[in-house]
Design a protein around this ligand. Sequence first.
Ligand SMILES: [Zn+2]
Length: 405
Amino acid sequence: MTVLVPSGILTPEGIVTGKAVAFERTIVAVDTPGALSARFPDAEVLTSESPTLLMPGLINSHVHLEFSANKSTLHYGNFVTWLYSVIEHRESLINRCDRECLDQTVRTMLHNGITAFGAVSSHGMDLEAAAAAPQKVVFFNEVIGSQAAMADALYNDFLQRLDSSKAVARPGFFPAVAIHSPYSVHPALIKRALRVANDEQLLTTAHFLESPAEREWLDANSGAFKPFFNDLLKQDYAVNDAMGFLELFADTPTLMTHVVHAESDELIRLAQDGHTVIHCPVSNRLLGNGAIDLDRLEAQKLKWLTGTDGLSSNYGLDLFEEMKIALFMHSETDLLPLAQQLLNSVTVDAAAALRLNGGRIAEEKDADMLWLELDHEPNTQTPLHLLLHQYDLLQIFIDGSAQKG
Ligand SMILES: [Zn+2]
């Protein structure tokens, strides 16, 4: 048993002081330091001279490990231009991210306090690295392909990758299903993949209404996607419209990534069907997609998380940085409540959406925790300062085991 005595604990409602935490693999008790030392006299006690904070480990709900070799290869500023550059450099990017590159990416996330992540895997090249990661991993096997003639082959390839991920037998690794997007996956393929997900109770994710070009293509079969689909796939029209796509997911609560360009009726539908939005602020900015309106999501009581997306559309995989960017991006929203909501979006809310037993410093939760050194005694503004200052992580715990030597 370990008893950790911080100056404050971050909870979904704000900062709590005067409490300590007893933990093994899971959190056994949260009580006053005196009560815990009486109850666990033989426990190892962790304490610090300087002010410290204990908070849940961060959960990155959306990342693409396979594209981690990108730094300055891809073209930023416009979604469709970026997509052409992805297609041009896809092979070399994936080949350049070997096992060492993947492991390094996983280590970087851990170093940044990320104790769980949802990895969208296009090819399964990242399976071994994800399986060996110290973090909890939801491994989303992605299905993509808009041509009906290819559906059988693509579906079989998806099933094979899914089977490989199901063969990973370690606690904290969860096989799951990703549908790439409404513009890139034929509805017949979506139905088949979702049937597997529903039958096997696998978590699902999809990209949805990320760019203005996607909006125009789904609504009117026009815009910058038209020459893209004409030239590359001899395709004249979108295989789904936005609402038709959502109808396919009516019985499958899904993590919908981006959702920057959704209309009100789509937001209502997303909330009704129990979906969760993943907001990726840096990626949206770099690909010229604009800023999601979080207040509109809140108005529909639509749940939302914050994710980094992959290094194909980000300069780092750091949720503290991501939250700071979001704080400034949504400049009309009340500052302190937004800071707390952002913290919840990568802890308690992300755990609920990814079906993880963490995200909160509370009894019976997994002891996935960050112990930070502060420069002040914790107070009501501490959630804001957590985003503004890169506080040192004294220790990172996953299932109660210390990750820093
Ligand atoms: Zn993505």
